[in-house]
Design a protein around this ligand. Structure first.
Ligand code: UDX
Ligand code: ADP
Length: 463
C-alpha cells in the first residue's frame, strides 16, 4: 500500500513537530493534524509561524514551508479520520489522578476516546499507529475497541514510539538514532509495517528503521526512558555524596563518561529531571511490574523516582538552610521555569516543586523564563493544590526581564539551563541584590570561580 493521506490525532509536543517533519520530507503525502482544543489549532494556523503553540528550535520554519501545502491543522477530527489511510494517535496519556492505579498507571481515557472515534468513522481499512508512549499491551485494548465497535473494516495497529526529546525535536526527527515500528507478525501486519517504513524511508536510512512485534516496541519505549532517567538519578545520587566528600560531580561524570562502556551522555547532575515522559513512564513500568506480582522489579525502578523527588527537595532545603534557616519574606529569584532549555513545556519541571517548597516557607518567588507564559507558571502551581490560587499569585511575581527579576533579591536559583543565562552581566545582577547575595545553580551552568570572584555565595549541585 502506498500512503498518501495521514491523519494525526493530537497537536501537542509530539504530534505537532512529528507531523511537520513528515510533511516537509514527504511532499506527496497529505498530513492533517487534528485536535479537540480549538485554541491550539487556531495557534498552529497563526499566519505568523513564530506564534505556533509549541516552541522548538527550527520548527516554525518547517511549519512555514509545509503548512497549507501538504500540512494542515484542523478541528474536524472525523473528516480527517475518514480520509486518511494511516491514523497516528498522539494524545496525552498522563498519570492517573483517580481510581485504580492512581498516581502510577497511565490514564488511557484519551486513547480510548480516539479508538472509539476511529471505529465510528472508519469506512475503509485503516492503519492505526500508537505514537504516544503507552503501557505494554495497550494495542490489544485499542484493537478490541476497534474490532468490536467498528463498521466491520480491518484495522492494523502499529506501535511507533517517538524518541524525540523536547528542545531538540526537529533535529531528532530529521536525524533519528533509529525508528522503531512494531506490528503484527501476520502478512497483513507486515504489510502495514512496510507501508510505514516507506514513509520514514523518505529521509531515514533503511538500516536505522527497526521492525519488531508490537509488545517489544511498546516496552522498548518505556525501557529507553527508564534507562535514561536512571542515569540521571544515579549521577544525582552521587552528587549528594560528592557534596559530603569533597569530590566534584562534574569531574566524576567526566571521568566515568570516558569509559566507553558507560558513555558521556546523560550524566549531568541537576536539580532533578522533569518533562512529560520520564516520571510518567517509570511509574507506568512500576505499575505494570506490580500488576504481574514482580515486586522487586517494581521497587528497583521506583527508586529512580524516589531519588529524583529527593533531589528536588534537597535543592529547596539547601536554599533554606543556606539562607540561615529562614526564607520567610525573602525574595528568591528563579531563572528558568521550563523543565529544560529550548522548550516552553513545563510538565513536571523541578521549578514547580522547588517553588512550592519555598512558598511553604513563606518566601516570595520572582521568576524569569524566556519562553514560559505567566499563566502557565501560575496554573502549574495551582495544579499542585497546596494552597489557594490567590495565595499562589501573591507569592509568585513573574518578570519578562531577568535583571528586573533579580533586583533586590536575596538569592537566585537557576532552574533551567537556558543558554542566555551564561551571557548575563553577573556583576550588574550582583550589585542590584540584597547582600549577602546567594546563587544556587541547579544546573551547574555558571562558572563558580567567576561568580564567587564577583562576591556571590555560590552553591552548585554536587561540589
Ligand atoms: C525524554 C527522552 O529523552 C525522549 O527520548 C523521550 O521520547 C521523551 O522523554 P524529554 O523529556 O523531552 O525527552 O527531555 P530529556 O532531554 O530526556 O530531559 C529530561 C529531563 O532530564 C530534563 O529535565 C533534563 O533537564 C534532565 N536531564 C537530562 C538531566 O538532569 N541531566 C542529564 O544529563 C540529562
Ligand atoms: P504530548 O507531549 O504527548 O504531545 P500534549 O498534551 O502536548 O502531549 O498533546 C496532546 C494533545 O492531544 C492535546 O493538544 C489534546 O488536546 C489532544 N487530544 C487529547 N484527546 C484528544 C481526542 N480524543 N481528539 C483530539 N485531540 C485530542
Amino acid at each position: 500500500m502506498k500512503i498518501t493521506k495521514i491523519c494525526c490525532i493530537g497537536a501537542g509536543y509530539v504530534g505537532g513537530p512529528t507531523m511537520a517533519v513528515i510533511a516537509q520530507k514527504c511532499p506527496h503525502i497529505q498530513v492533517t493534524v487534528v485536535d479537540l482544543n480549538e485554541q491550539r489549532i487556531k495557534d498552529w494556523n497563526d499566519p505568523n509561524t513564530d506564534n505556533i503553540p509549541i516552541y522548538e528550535p527550527g520548527l516554525s520554519e518547517i511549519v512555514a514551508e509545509a503548512r497549507d501545502r501538504n500540512l494542515f491543522f484542523s478541528t474536524e477530527v472525523e473528516k480527517a479520520i475518514d480520509e486518511a489511510q494511516v491514523i497516528f494517535i498522539s494524545v496525552n496519556t498522563p498519570t492517573k489522578t483517580y481510581g485504580k492505579g492512581k498516581g502510577m498507571a497511565a490514564d488511557l481515557k484519551y486513547i480510548e476516546l480516539c479508538a472509539r472515534q476511529i471505529a465510528k468513522v472508519a469506512k475503509q481499512n485503516k492503519i492505526v499507529v500508537e505514537k504516544s508512549t503507552l503501557p505494554v499491551r495497550t494495542a490489544e485494548a485499542i484493537k478490541s475497541i476497534l474490532d468490536n465497535t467498528g463498521n466491520g473494516v480491518q484495522f492494523q495497529i502499529l506501535s511507533n514510539p517517538e524518541f524525540l526529546a523536547e528542545g531538540t525535536a526537529v533535529t531528532d526527527l530529521l536525524n533519528p538514532d533509529r525508528i522503531l515500528i512494531g506490528g503484527d507478525t501476520t502478512p497483513e501486519g507486515q504489510n502495514a509495517i512496510n507501508a510505514l517504513v516507506d514513509v520514514y524511508a523518505n529521509w531515514v536510512e533503511k538500516d536505522k528503521i527497526l521492525t519488531t512485534n508490537v509488545w517489544s516496541s511498546e516496552l522498548s519505549k518505556l525501557t529507553a526512558n527508564a534507562f535514561l532517567a536512571q542515569r540521571i538519578s544515579s549521577i544525582n545520587a552521587m552528587s549528594e555524596l560528592c557534596e559530603k566528600t569533597g569530590a566534584d560531580v562534574t569531574e566524576v561524570a567526566r571521568a566515568i563518561g570516558m569509559d566507553s562502556r558507560i558513555g558521556s551522555k546523560f550524566l549531568k547532575a541537576s536539580v532533578g529531571f522533569g518533562g512529560s515522559c520520564f516520571q510518567k513512564d517509570i511509574l507506568n513500568l512500576v505499575y505494570i511490574a506490580k500488576s504481574y506480582g514482580l515486586n522487586e522489579v517494581a521497587d528497583y525502578w521506583e527508586q529512580v523516582i524516589i531519588m529524583n523527588d529527593h533531589q528536588k527537595r534537597r535543592f529547596s532545603n539547601k536554599i533554606v538552610q543556606t539562607l540561615y534557616n529562614t526564607v520567610a519574606d525573602k525574595k528568591i529569584t528563579f531563572l528558568g521555569w521550563a523543565f529544560k532549555k529550548d522548550t516552553n513545556d513545563t510538565r513536571e519541571s523541578a521549578a514547580i516543586y522547588v517553588a512550592d517548597d519555598l512558598i511553604n516557607e513563606q518566601a516570595k518567588i520572582s521568576v524569569y523564563d524566556p519562553k514560559v507564559s505567566r499563566n502557565k507558571m501560575l496554573s502549574d502551581l495551582d495544579y499542585l493544590q497546596t494552597r489557594s490560587n490567590e495565595e499562589n499569585s501573591n507569592s509568585l511575581a513573574i518578570f519578562d526581564n531577568a535583571y528586573e527579576a533579580c533586583k533586590g533579591s536575596h538569592a537566585i536559583a537557576v532552574l533551567t539551563e537556558w543558554d542566555e543565562f551564561t551571557t548575563y552581566d553577573w556583576k550588574k545582577i550582583y550589585d542590584s541584590m540584597h547582600k549577602p547575595a546567594f546563587l544556587f545553580d541547579g544546573r551547574n551552568i555558571l562558572n563558580a570561580k567567576e561568580v564567587e570572584a564577583i562576591g556571590f555565595i555560590y552553591k552548585g549541585i554536587g561540589s
